[in-house]
Ligand binder design. Structure first.
Ligand code: AVJ
Length: 335
């Protein structure tokens, strides 16, 4: 089945657990890992997209990152959600449908749901089918008054939302500064697509990590316990497991650097010496110190993010920030 454009894919609805109003599957995830690894390792500047970090082990390592003393984003954002939950709930209004783009641990959306008893619907959109299904079911069981449906899809692509969303005011939820993984141009496209999908009168709650002291940023991505290094290197283990790879993770080292010109943290896997590695039935040569660029994490200023949101078709309503100015949470209105 061709998968180039969304119009060629019909979503399938299968075996919906009883607690869910809908489970719609766009089947976006098949074979793209292999394709992206072949392309990424074959390029002059080797790179693999960060979305492939999150296999089962990678997701567990990411949960561990979120607990690290150096990794301030998660605890700061959850603090902001807790502190301002009532105000955010008021902005959602009665019988709104929250649409989460990419669903993580669900800890964050639970903070909002607990503060918004009159929420009508909740729809997580995520590429990882099993994780999505388990998360949606557990949330639906805990909130019988909320109509919960799920959409398995690449959340950067336009999708048709299920009836639970279609007949309500829609508010997007995009926490964790995942927007920082996009190139600024792609961030703009994503926000534009989201605005169209949420519709006039809808809104968006989005978490955005902020530009700050370079040492604080570097420490957050080069933690003392080496969990971020294990998270980054797990990508090589995943290639070994899923794509018949021959990577020796100890022949690579993790590094994260602050690129001030581009306002982003860059994660790399650096080859410790010249070597040849096999994956997907092909051979890839590495020079000594050659890197695989595995992630960009763009950091914004509040004004820079406001300008981006407004360019994408949102009106900026409200910013919440911690006292140290580490992280920001925004409420945007679709105009
Ligand atoms: C989930 C993409 C926001 O960029 O901070 C954490 C991922 N990578 N440590 C981030 C991540 C390394 C994280 N995002």
């Amino acid at each position: 089945m061709p998968r180039e454009t969304l119009d060629t894919v019909s979503p399938t609805v299968t075996d919906i657990p009883e607690v869910l109003a809908d489970f719609i599957d766009y089947g976006h995830d098949a074979d793209t890992f292999q394709h992206d690894v072949i392309t990424g390792l074959g390029a002059a500047r080797k790179a693999i997209p960060p979305k492939y970090f999150y296999d089962e082990r990678g997701s567990r390592l990411f949960d561990a990152i979120c607990e690290l003393p150096e990794y301030y984003p998660t605890r700061t954002e959850v603090g902001l959600l807790r502190t301002h939950a009532d105000e955010i709930a008021a902005l959602l209004g009665p019988d709104a449908c929250l649409v989460e783009f990419g669903c993580g641990s669900l800890t964050k959306v639970r903070v909002l749901l607990d503060a918004a008893p009159d929420l009508g619907g909740f729809i997580p959109v995520d590429i990882s089918r099993e994780h999505l299904l388990a998360s949606a079911v557990s949330l639906a069981e805990d909130h019988p008054g909320v109509e919960v449906a799920a959409v398995c899809a690449d959340f950067t692509k336009p999708i048709t939302l299920p009836p639970a969303a279609a007949r309500r005011r829609r508010v997007g939820f995009f926490p964790g500064s995942t927007i920082g993984n996009f190139e600024p141009r792609d961030a703009l496209d994503f926000l534009r697509t989201a605005a169209r999908q949420l519709g006039t009168g809808g809104g968006m709650v989005i978490g955005v990590d902020l530009v700050k002291d370079a040492d604080v940023l570097r420490a957050a991505y080069n933690d003392a316990q080496g969990i971020t290094a294990a998270f980054n290197l797990n990508l090589l283990s995943r290639i070994n497991r899923e794509l018949c790879g021959s990577f020796e993770p100890r022949h690579f080292r993790h590094d994260a650097v602050w690129n001030a010109d581009k306002s982003r943290i860059e994660m790399h896997l650096i080859s410790r010496h010249a070597q040849r590695v096999h994956a997907c039935g092909r051979s890839f040569a590495f020079a000594e110190a050659e890197t695989i660029h595995t992630e960009n994490s763009y950091k914004y200023t509040v004004d820079g993010f406001k300008a981006l949101a407004e360019q994408a078709g949102f009106a900026h309503r409200k910013t919440w920030m911690d006292d140290d100015g580490l992280f920001s949470l925004h409420y945007l209105d679709v105009v």
